[in-house]
Design a binder for this molecule. Structure first.
Ligand SMILES: [Zn+2]
Length: 302
């Protein structure tokens, strides 16, 4: 009888002592990593205006998108798309002579409204690939969010306001924006000389892509499925440009690319990454052909 009682007690004792050790040794389940494309507006555009060698007889679609990225319990926006106040911002800050070349069309469906309609909380962090108007327009819709940019991009957003290809005071000029600095480590990644592994698990890795603007950044995502995506901002406007390493159509390049030679180097790095991993999906900020294939919020890419 005593023996019958002692054995369970011994087992319970061993479980209490050793259980936590085993629990500790068991590998933690990987965080859920997935993303969703939030299309806030779209514009038909001649392919020839997107990149050198593009066809002027072929109509492409340029999206204005934000990307919702989830890593475990944390979610953030990559770019903010066109926001609820884009009409006022455009009227105030788009130079008249640039309006024929840089425009948007209604309807605009701000990311904030799409998230709210889906019952999702407003995001607490927004990362900008760069500070141009079509990426920063939605910042004001998330006043509680921290806004992350690289150090050179923060300087750019301060000194370029009011210049062609510069940031807009109506979007980045508010003193209430909670700026944060995206700081790279001297750790090479995919040919880039620095990187930032945001969660330390290799799933969300930022790289500097100076060229289109002085502090442009790119993002490599590795999902739980093992699929990999490379968000390249406006380094190219179309994946078709990568085939022949084509720069932007030359007048656009002159206006919007801060450093055309550096932008070309970034295009070469993207192409090299594609050669190393042919399954890598390149996601330019504006290319609707890529984003159509991924599907749109509330659909997730997993
Ligand atoms: Zn853009």
């Amino acid at each position: 009888m005593l023996q019958r009682l002692v054995r369970p007690l011994q087992a319970a004792f061993l479980f209490l002592i050793l259980g936590p050790l085993f629990a500790h040794a068991a590998p933690a389940a990987p965080a859920t990593v997935r993303f969703s494309v939030i299309k806030t507006a779209a514009l038909p555009v001649r392919e020839g205006l997107l990149f050198s060698g593009g066809r002027f007889g072929h109509e492409a679609t340029s999206n204005f998108s934000a990307f919702l990225v989830q890593h475990g319990e944390h979610s953030f926006l990559l770019d903010s798309g066109l926001g609820s106040r884009v009409a006022e911002q455009y009227a105030q800050d788009m130079p008249l002579w640039m309006r024929p070349f840089f425009k948007y069309e209604d309807p605009v469906l701000p990311a904030r409204d799409q998230l709210a309609r889906a019952g999702l909380p407003a995001v607490t962090d927004i990362y900008l690939t760069h500070d141009h108007w079509d990426h920063a327009s939605g910042l004001g819709d998330f006043p509680q969010a921290a806004v992350w940019v690289s150090a050179p991009e923060r300087i750019h957003s301060q000194i370029s306001q009011g210049t062609p290809g510069g940031a807009w005071p109506s979007q980045v000029g508010s003193p209430s924006i909670q700026w944060r600095t995206l700081t790279f480590q001297p750790v090479p990644y995919e040919g880039f000389d620095a990187s930032l592994d945001q969660y330390g698990d290799g799933s969300v890795v930022w790289v500097p892509m100076r060229g289109h603007t002085p502090g442009s950044v790119g993002l490599f995502l590795r999902l739980n499925s093992g699929r990999r995506y490379f968000f390249v901002g406006d380094t190219v406007w179309s994946v078709a440009a990568l085939k022949d390493a084509s720069p932007k159509f030359w007048p656009a390049r002159l206006i919007v690319d801060d450093d055309a030679a550096r932008t070309q180097q970034m295009i070469d790095l993207i192409r090299a990454a594609m050669v190393r991993d042919p399954a890598l999906v390149i996601v330019p900020a504006h290319d609707a052909s890529v984003q159509d294939a991924l599907g749109y919020f509330p659909k997730w890419v997993e």
